[in-house]
Design a binder for this molecule. Structure first.
Ligand code: SF4
Length: 193
């Protein structure tokens, strides 16, 4: 769908320069999705792996973030192998709705209520990032915290349109449950993609 060099705004790598490759196609259907234009893969051009890798390599980045859409809908073995060959770090952001393929330095698992994750993602997740849209999402987040591996980083991030309402609750929750951290979409404050 698009690729661009920017600052990772969320989660563990927040604040790091990163080259984003956003793959078109998603059938998860989050009501609050902020990239609904990604859902229809056919609306976006097909781009070769070579082209994606060359553009990322030319950007000066050290980290490539593969996102979507739901990138795990695709076999990402070739793309990730080629990125690694040119010395780039491979990070993925996935809802876990499909088994993850490819070679990854970092797996950010962000489960969504609209399509259950595939159990194979739990041992792969280096980071669990739960979007908090309403109060019930805290107990929902804990269900996943119990499934991921020990040491998996845990983040609670307010859904953008609910930030004023949810952030105070997240702050109190993290103070009471310090194994969690707060994640904010800082790219939106910086007005960058
Ligand atoms: S998984 Fe991501 S891209 Fe797909 S609907 Fe949900 S927020 Fe949007």
């Amino acid at each position: 769908m698009e690729d661009f060099y920017t600052i990772q705004g969320e989660g563990y790598f927040q604040g790091h320069a990163a080259y984003f490759i956003r793959l078109g196609g998603c059938d998860v259907g989050c009501v609050w999705c902020d990239v609904k234009e990604s859902w229809n893969a056919d609306a976006h051009p097909k781009v070769s792996v070579d082209e994606m890798v060359n553009r990322a390599k030319a950007s000066n980045t050290e980290i490539v973030v593969i996102t979507g859409g739901e990138p795990a809908m695709y076999d990402l073995s070739e793309l990730t192998a080629e990125l690694k060959k040119v010395g780039l770090r491979t990070n993925i952001e996935t809802s876990g709705a499909y088994p993850v393929t490819g070679v990854w330095d970092w797996v950010c698992f962000s489960p969504k209520k609209f399509k259950a994750p595939h159990a194979s993602v739990y041992p792969l997740a280096d980071e669990l990032k739960v979007i908090v849209y309403n109060k019930s999402d805290f107990s929902w987040a804990e269900e996943f915290a119990n499934r991921v591996k020990p040491g998996c980083e845990r983040f609670l991030q307010p859904e953008w349109s609910k930030e004023k309402e949810m952030l105070p609750l997240i702050i109190e929750y993290v103070k009471a449950n310090p194994q969690w951290k707060v994640s904010l979409q800082i790219h939106k404050y910086m007005n960058i993609p």
